[in-house]
Each structure stands twice: as structure tokens, then as C-alpha cells.
Design a protein around this ligand. Structure first.
Ligand code: NAD
Length: 254
């Protein structure tokens, strides 16, 4: 039990990576608040049901974020960790990308990180909690992918916001880090990579580990970053991508 009775808020945890992180935090003993626009069905039958709570929140909307954190402040003794995980894709070629889709991706993937991190940090400072903030970035923070200009811009922003917030919050003992997954087997990855065998094979051919990642492999990093095991790490993005960023793409992956 690495997180006994800690209070952790995970955004976008109805499914996918966020869900795996929320379940793992609960398995480590934490009380977990799931904030999502969709109410997750899994909480009721989770083995950790009594430790996981749902609040509906559009994390890119300031009023909804304020209301979420007011509830956290009033109903909980503190907040030990925040995982900003919510995100979405709106794939389109650069020439076709609409302003509305650009704004929506930046709102959900980047502005939400600012809104939630600021609200969480204010609560942590007020309660003198030496907490941690973790942001879900992507390998797209450093390498670009075709038809995802808004997403790449947002994730690049997440890694920079992580550094900037880490500097500002270090004097309060609050650490801020990010995780940069490669392709993880979730609903989002299915939309990014059409589920044909050829597309899947193409991703794998550029992944030295020879497979997609699994959500639980990201959850392990989230636990590491949320606990004192990472006590001297702040402002970093830890990439979990099966070696993809190390690969010189003129060479075969294996
Ligand atoms: N799956 C991948 O290959 C991959 C790779 C790199 C980074 N990521 C990042 O990991 C995170 C999770 O991705 P995933 O693959 O689990 O995605 P997913 O689509 O399976 O889950 C995303 C979750 O975010 C929620 N959400 C969307 N908009 C929201 C909003 N406005 N407010 C609150 N919740 C909202 C959704 O309801 C859903 O539960 C995202 O930030 C994504 O960019 C994923």
C-alpha cells in the first residue's frame, strides 16, 4: 500500500488510461475522485468501490472546475495528488482543421491542465500539503503526427506548462511532472490509428518493443510520480513508448 488514505483526483478516468490509474491508486489504498463528463460504469463493480467516487465535470470549463474543487475543499481534509489525464483527438489534415476543432482540443487537453492544476495547487498551498501534480502528455509533445496538429500543439504545451508550474510550486514542496505515452491500447488509440491490421503493424514496426503499451503500464508511472519514490523529480516528462523516440526511423525497429 503505497498511497494509504491519500486523496487523489483523476480527470478523464471513465475509461482508458485514466481508469487504469484510478484503479491502481485505489489498489494502493488511496481515496480516488474520478472527474469526467461520462459517468463510469466500472466504479460500482470495482474491487475498490468504496474508495472511488465520481463527480461529473467538464475539465475545460472554468465554472465546472471551480465547483469541483469547492466540493473537494469542503468535503475532504486535503488533496494529495492530481492526475490531469482527460484528453481528446480531432483528427484532420492541417489544411482542413477547423477553428472549432482546434479550440476544443486545446481546451480539453491544455486549458484543463491549467485550470485544474491552479485550483489543486491553491488548495495544497492553503492546506500546506506537499502534494504532486501529474499531467498526461504524449510523445506528440516532441514528435509530430500527421493529421493531429491541434493535439501536437496541446501536448507540447502540456510539457512546457509542467515545467513552468514545477518552478512556481517547488517553494511549496509541490512537485509537477508529466507522462508521455506512446501508443497505448485504448479507445483513443483506435481512433488515432484506424484499427486495420496494416495500421497497427505500421505503429509496431516503429516501436522497438514490438507492441502497443497497456494502460496499466502508464498507471505504474503515475504511482511512482505520485509518491515519495520520485521525491527529487519535478518538471520532467517521463516517456513510456516502447523505445519509439530513440529509434532512428531510417532503421528497422527490430
Ligand atoms: N491512448 C494513447 O495511445 C495515448 C497516447 C499518448 C497520450 N495519451 C493521453 O492519455 C490520456 C488518456 O487517453 P486515453 O487513450 O485513455 O483516452 P480515452 O478516449 O480512452 O479516455 C479519455 C477520457 O477523457 C474523458 N474526457 C474527454 N473530454 C473530457 C472533458 N472535457 N472533461 C472531462 N473528461 C473528459 C473521456 O470521457 C474519457 O473518459 C489523454 O490525455 C491522451 O491524450 C493517450
Amino acid at each position: 500500500m503505497l498511497m494509504e488514505d491519500r486523496i487523489v483526483l483523476v480527470t478523464g478516468a471513465a475509461q482508458g488510461i485514466g481508469r487504469a490509474c484510478a484503479e491502481r491508486f485505489a489498489a494502493e489504498g488511496a481515496n480516488v475522485i474520478v472527474a469526467d463528463i461520462n459517468e463510469p460504469g466500472w466504479i460500482n463493480w470495482s474491487p475498490h468501490a468504496g474508495k472511488v467516487f465520481f463527480r461529473r465535470c467538464d475539465v475545460g470549463n472554468r465554472q465546472e472546475v471551480e465547483s469541483l474543487f469547492t466540493w473537494v475543499a469542503e468535503d475532504h481534509p486535503g488533496l494529495d495528488a492530481l492526475l490531469n489525464n482527460a484528453g481528446l483527438l480531432r483528427a484532420a489534415s492541417f489544411l482542413e482543421l477547423s477553428e472549432d476543432d482546434y479550440d476544443e482540443v486545446l481546451r480539453v487537453c491544455l486549458k484543463s491542465v491549467f485550470l485544474c492544476s491552479q485550483a489543486a495547487a491553491r488548495l495544497m498551498v492553503a492546506r500546506e500539503t506537499r502534494g504532486t501534480i501529474i499531467n498526461m502528455s504524449s510523445i506528440n509533445a516532441t514528435v509530430a503526427s500527421l493529421n493531429n496538429a491541434a493535439y501536437c500543439a496541446a501536448k507540447g504545451g502540456v510539457s512546457q506548462l509542467t515545467r513552468a508550474a514545477a518552478l512556481s510550486l517547488a517553494p511549496y514542496g509541490i512537485r509537477v511532472n508529466a507522462i508521455g505515452p506512446g501508443t497505448i491500447a485504448t479507445e483513443m488509440a483506435k481512433h488515432d490509428t484506424p484499427s486495420s491490421e496494416a495500421s497497427r503493424a505500421s505503429v509496431i514496426s516503429r516501436t522497438p518493443s514490438g507492441r502497443l503499451g497497456e494502460p496499466h503500464e502508464i498507471a505504474s508511472i503515475a504511482v511512482f510520480l505520485a509518491t515519495d519514490a520520485s521525491s527529487y523529480i519535478t518538471g520532467q516528462t517521463i516517456f513510456a513508448e516502447g523505445g519509439r523516440l530513440a529509434l532512428n526511423l531510417t532503421m528497422p525497429a527490430t
